[in-house]
Design a protein around this ligand. Structure first.
Ligand code: FMN
Length: 205
C-alpha cells in the first residue's frame, strides 16, 4: 500500500541548508517506497491571508492562486514535511503565508463546526518540521513549534517529529555537518515504513 509523502520547501534560498535537509528526508522516504512529491514555495505565486473572514461563513478561502492546489494536496497526503530555516527566531514569511492560508479549516472546525477528524485519521497522518538555524542555542526553534502545531491540528495531522539542525554558522552549512543529512534520510525511511505498517494493520482489522 503506497504512502504519499509531500515535502514543502519554505526557504527563499534554493538548495540551501534547509532544502538539502528536506531533500535527504524525501530521498529516504522514496527509497523506502514512498510516493514522494516536493513543492518549492519560492517558485509559486501567492498572497498571504487577507483576514476577510469569509471562510467563517463558507469554509472556503476566497483567494485562488498557486497555494490553492497545494493546500488541497496537504489535506490528502499521508506524510507532510514542512521545512523552513529560522528567520528572526521564527519561520520564513513564505511558510507562514501557507500556514495562515489554511485558516479556512480552522473556521470549519471551530466556527462552522462541520469538520472533525477521527483519532484514527489523525494517527495515520503524520507531520514533520524540518529546519536549520545559524545559532547554536537550544531555544532557537521554540518560536516555530506552536505555529506548526496549529497548522497540523487544523489539517488533522499528528505532529510526529522535528528534524532540526542548529549551529549552521559553526558547521559552515549543512554539508559540513557529519550526521545531519544521514539522520534526515533515515527519518524519511522510518516514517514511510511506519505508516505502511499501520495501514496494513488497519486493513487486516
Ligand atoms: C533574514 C534571516 C534571518 C535569520 N534569523 C536567524 C535567527 O533568528 N536565528 C538563527 O539562529 N539563525 C538565523 N538566520 C540564519 C539561518 O537560519 C541559517 O543560516 C539557515 O541555515 C539558512 O537556511 P537556508 O540555507 O535554507 O536558507 C537567519 C538568516 C536570514 C537570512
Amino acid at each position: 500500500m503506497s504512502v504519499s509523502v509531500l515535502g514543502i520547501s519554505g526557504s527563499p534560498r534554493r538548495n540551501g541548508n534547509t532544502e538539502k535537509l528536506l531533500d535527504a528526508f524525501l530521498k529516504g522516504a522514496e527509497d523506502a517506497g514512498g510516493d514522494v512529491e516536493k513543492i518549492v514555495l519560492k517558485k509559486l505565486r501567492f498572497r498571504s491571508c487577507m483576514g476577510c473572514n469569509k471562510c467563517h461563513n463558507t469554509g472556503i478561502c476566497v483567494v485562488k492562486d498557486d497555494l490553492t492546489p497545494v493546500l488541497e494536496m496537504i489535506a490528502t497526503t499521508d506524510v507532510l514535511a514542512l521545512s523552513s530555516p529560522i528567520y528572526s527566531m521564527g519561520i520564513t514569511s513564505e511558510l507562514k503565508a501557507l500556514i495562515d492560508r489554511g485558516q479556512y479549516l480552522w473556521a470549519r472546525k471551530f466556527v462552522l463546526k462541520d469538520l472533525e477528524f477521527s483519532a484514527e485519521h489523525i494517527k495515520l497522518h503524520k507531520g514533520l518540521f524540518i529546519s536549520t538555524a545559524g545559532q547554536d542555542t537550544n531555544d532557537v526553534f521554540l518560536g516555530a513549534y506552536p505555529v506548526l502545531t496549529a497548522f497540523f491540528n487544523d489539517f488533522g495531522i499528528e505532529y510526529y517529529d522535528n528534524i532540526i539542525v542548529k549551529g549552521m554558522d559553526r558547521w559552515g552549512g549543512i554539508d559540513g555537518h557529519p550526521d545531519a543529512l544521514k539522520g534526515a534520510e533515515e527519518k524519511g525511511s522510518e516514517i514511510v515504513m511506519l505508516i505502511e505498517e499501520m495501514k496494513e494493520k488497519e486493513k487486516k482489522e
